[in-house]
Design a protein around this ligand. Sequence first.
Ligand code: SF4
Length: 104
Amino acid sequence: MQHRIVQDEQFTHNYGLDQAAKWQLIYYLWILRQKGIYRRGRLEFIEVNKKLKRTVLYDLKNSDVEMIRHYIKEIEDLVNGDKVPDAVKKRHCIKCAYYEYCFI
Ligand code: SF4
């Protein structure tokens, strides 16, 4: 298996699951930073053909912190709101661990 390491600026895939993994990592890095722990994040992906393993190294940026605060505010508004929005089924939903909660 080939192993390729890419830096965060190369992390430009727009696949929903990659973005979900990226933001989950950013959230954990942000939580750690609030505790005074500064770390570089690391995500590993194994390609579908299992011949290439891709590792993404990620450093938390100030713009990430702004966005994560914005997302948390949106989530709090959603949780505290009265209206449950309709689920929007996308291509990557079929692979999502929460699929049954959204669509079954
Ligand atoms: S299945 Fe639900 S939680 Fe998962 S990506 Fe789709 S909408 Fe989001």
